[in-house]
Write a protein that binds this ligand. Structure first.
Ligand code: AMP
Ligand code: MG
Length: 427
């Protein structure tokens, strides 16, 4: 084995460490969004990304209809000075073609959702009329022409752009699309993600630990986060710390995936083979980010296929379990979103008042684990989970947010305003 240069991992002020924002930008530049699509039935499109713009083929609602149970009337017939009695000339039910013809100076009994009879444009709620025998109602002079009526196309007009290409389909979208009568949609195919752990010390669940060995947890947190993203997942297991094993795993992964994720082996130790293997099989775009945890993150492209369009992107995450989750949420979640939709995405941050003093060195972005709460007056306060080491995975389980301390920020005092990133969505 050749002797490696003894680089220090302790120095946070390295000139070759790029910023979190620059890393996000480079990732977007280097990833080509998926263009291949498939047609799926409406329900199967939930959580998938539209491969086409959706224009409405119809007006929604399709007819002008009543928003209330009551009496339809022409606005011109409404009483202006004093209450007036009107004869009821028929009934209109939802979903049934109206059989009666509305007569001027009369009202038609109407149910919610029924098509407004011709020449009527106003509905009086049934609670607001006085019933005068079987055939007459008394209406007060307090109503407005056009009230309680839903106009055709009021929600969605025929021909308008309803949902744009790249949109991730939500439950509300499923409702909208069904209201347009669309039973099938074109969505982009699922991103294919392959991942494996590296490390001679790692054993999988079910195996017995020998001295110095630990159970592999990164494959489980990665699986959990990927599962929330509706992607095709290939778990390639644990790969041993040899150049040959890692080389072979890279080649295999790059043939079956759009994005290859590894954890461990990206530092400067003698058994860290990820960077040299990426160098041999592709291009490295960056390998160090000014952040904590997550600094030794390697991002590149694997050029093992003959066509540039099918090159896999590569994310070599650090080995420490907290760093894996932090870097996944900061970079991989947006990267996978971009791959599937062509749209960029940044984690949401909110302002909170720190309940703790937090030591912080300028020059790197820190993602401390926090617990936020909302006080009765609406203020959001946040405290730390305790020990912040990048191996303390319980901190991620206890936390409900990251406390994001920007590159410039220095020590935080209790009472200072900080930014938090709530754990919403995938964790
Ligand atoms: P490395 O970057 O490979 O030196 O790993 C950094 C630290 O993370 C070491 O203490 C590893 O034992 C630990 N580690 C690496 N991979 C995993 C894993 N898959 N699960 C749990 N801990 C890991
Ligand atoms: Mg290792």
């Amino acid at each position: 084995m050749t002797q490696k240069k003894q680089t220090s991992c302790a120095d946070a002020f390295e000139a070759d460490a790029i910023s979190v924002n620059d890393a996000r930008e480079i990732i977007t530049q280097k990833i080509t969004p998926i263009t291949k699509s498939e047609k799926l039935d409406l329900r199967s499109c939930l959580g998938r990304y539209l491969a086409e713009d959706i224009h409405s083929p119809i007006d929604v609602p399709s007819h002008t209809n009543s928003a209330m149970d009551g009496y339809a009337i022409s606005g011109d017939d409404l009483p202006t000075q004093s209450s007036q009695s009107y004869a009821v000339c028929g009934t209109a039910y939802a979903g049934k073609p109206s059989t009666n013809i509305h007569k001027a100076g009369h009202v038609t009994r109407i149910m919610t959702g029924a098509v407004m009879p011709k020449t009527t444009d106003t509905v009086i709620m049934q609670e607001q009329v006085e019933i005068m025998g079987d055939e007459n109602v008394l209406i007060k002079p307090e109503h407005r022409k056009g009230q309680n009526v839903r106009q055709a196309g009021e929600d969605i007009a025929k021909g308008c752009l309803v949902l744009s290409k790249g949109r991730k389909i939500t439950p509300a979208d499923l409702g909208i699309l069904s209201s347009l009568g669309l039973g099938e949609l074109k969505v982009t195919i699922r991103p294919r993600i392959a991942f494996f752990s590296t490390g001679d010390e790692l054993r999988s669940v079910g195996e017995t630990l020998k001295e110095g060995e630990i159970y592999d947890s990164n494959r489980y947190t990665l699986f959990g986060m990927l599962k929330q993203l509706d992607v095709d997942i290939t778990d390639m297991g644990v790969i041993r710390d040899t150049q040959e094993a890692i080389h072979e795993a890279f080649v295999k992964a790059s043939k079956i995936a759009d994005i290859v994720i590894t954890s461990g082996g990206v530092s400067v130790g003698d058994a860290d083979y990820i960077k040299p293997t990426l160098k041999a099989l592709g291009d490295t775009h960056f390998w160090k980010i000014a952040m904590k945890p997550g600094r030794p993150l390697t991002f590149g492209t694997l050029n093992t296929s003959t066509t540039a369009a099918s090159h896999a992107s590569f994310f070599g995450l650090p080995g420490n379990p907290v760093a894996v989750m932090v870097t996944f949420l900061q970079f991989l979640d947006p990267a996978i979103h971009y791959l599937a939709s062509g749209q960029t995405k940044k984690p949401l941050t909110l302002q909170a008042v720190s309940a703790d003093d937090i030591p912080k060195r300028a020059g790197r972005t820190e993602y401390q684990r926090g617990i936020f709460e909302q006080t009765p007056d609406g203020t959001i306060t946040v405290r730390r989970t305790g020990k912040q080491g990048s191996g303390i995975l319980t901190s991620m389980s206890i936390a409900n947010c990251f406390i994001v301390l920007s590159t410039e920020s220095k020590d935080i005092s209790s009472g200072d305003t900080v930014r938090i990133q709530p754990f919403i969505g995938i964790i």
